[in-house]
Design a protein around this ligand. Structure first.
Ligand code: AMP
Ligand code: MG
Length: 327
């Protein structure tokens, strides 16, 4: 993989590679994406091949403006309100799709997932060159998402020609995904960078959690797969414990706290922390890098302290639970 920084020449070159159907690793504020022209079915097929992603798992399409997104989906008033409030940013809207979106991208669904990211380099690629980019996280399917271009290089560097370096990701966990029905109902498909509380303040009502019904329906190929229980998975076994409790650590294991612990770890136990003071934005930013780091340790098991179940803590805990799910 050849790395580019965000000069005008590099962006122009990468935009033409994308238009020619090539894949490029791109920075976003959530995680690094493996991008292809969303309207080029052959290029999108290559995304699935490189990631080893099953074709039943639909891709998120990244757009450079709300106007560009209108060509790809049918918009209800509440969807427009959500985009106006949270775009560019870590909110993905699942909306009824327009004809031009390839079925491969939506895994045959009548809906398409759309997001306008807020990383300045990727925004310049999208809006400066009129691109719509299908981009799942740039990691082999099921492994931990990348939050630096180095992470991308380690796991996909041999299979990918081009990468755009935009520095470490500002948010560090993926977007919040909501489905907006034609009648204006808003349901949660994945907790992420925009807290549910912030969405509820705009919608003016509690947001229904669709995760369980989506998971059930997916076995029949109806609603959303990708909400797979096991995901974000390092090779070292992960165990979880509730915030404020003591984990049952044994010698040779490691503990990862939400914030710097006051006491030294027991003999033979390694201790790490995701933030100094428990700030959830800091924890989210550090989380995937920590999961990767734990894979390079000799520890036989790593205990992660869960975050409080509020705000960004919901997305953090969702990723931790999936990282810990049984093989
Ligand atoms: P990511 O793996 O971060 O690229 O996120 C993609 C996820 O978005 C998929 O695994 C699905 O769960 C969800 N998604 C994408 N498109 C749709 C859709 N049309 N309907 C429901 N969920 C979708
Ligand atoms: Mg992913």
């Amino acid at each position: 993989m050849q790395r580019f920084t965000g000069t005008n020449e590099a962006l122009e070159f990468l935009a033409w590679q994308l238009k020619a159907g090539q894949l490029v690793a791109i920075p976003t504020e959530t995680v690094y994406g493996l991008a292809a022209d969303a309207l080029n079915e052959q290029a999108c097929r290559e995304i699935f091949a490189v990631k080893g992603r099953p074709l039943i798992d639909p891709l998120i399409v990244h757009v450079g403006s709300v106007a560009a997104a209108h060509r790809l989906a049918h918009w209800s008033p509440i969807a427009i309100e959500l985009a106006n409030r949270f775009w560019p940013g870590p909110l993905t809207l699942v909306l009824p799709k327009q004809e031009i979106v390839p079925d491969l991208v939506t895994a045959g669904r009548p809906t398409v997932a759309l997001r306008m990211p807020r990383h300045s380099l990727t925004l310049r690629l999208l809006s400066g060159y009129g691109l719509n980019l299908a981009a799942p996280s740039a990691n082999p399917f099921g492994y931990v998402s990348p939050t630096t271009l180095d992470h991308v290089k380690v796991s996909l560097g041999d299979r990918l020609a081009w990468g755009l370096d935009g520095g470490p990701c500002e948010v560090g966990v993926e977007s919040t995904i909501v489905a907006v029905s034609e009648t204006g109902g808003v349901g949660l498909l994945r907790p992420g960078g925009v807290p549910t509380e912030a969405l509820e303040a705009v919608v003016g009502a509690p947001i229904e959690d669709l995760r369980e019904s989506a998971a059930e329906a997916s076995t029949e190929g109806l609603v959303a797969p990708g909400m797979l229980a096991r995901h974000y998975s390092p090779r070292t076994p992960i165990a979880l414990f509730v915030a404020g409790e003591q984990p049952k650590v044994e010698t040779g294991e490691a503990v990862v706290w939400q914030q710097r612990p006051r006491e030294a770890p027991a003999e033979g136990v390694s201790a790490f922390w995701l933030s100094e003071d428990g700030d959830l934005a800091t924890v989210a930013r550090a989380l995937f890098g920590m999961l990767r780091q734990m894979d390079s340790l000799p520890s036989s098991r790593v205990w992660f302290e869960l975050a409080p179940e509020q705000g960004l803590g919901r997305a953090i805990n969702d990723r931790l639970r999936r990282a810990a799910a049984k093989r």
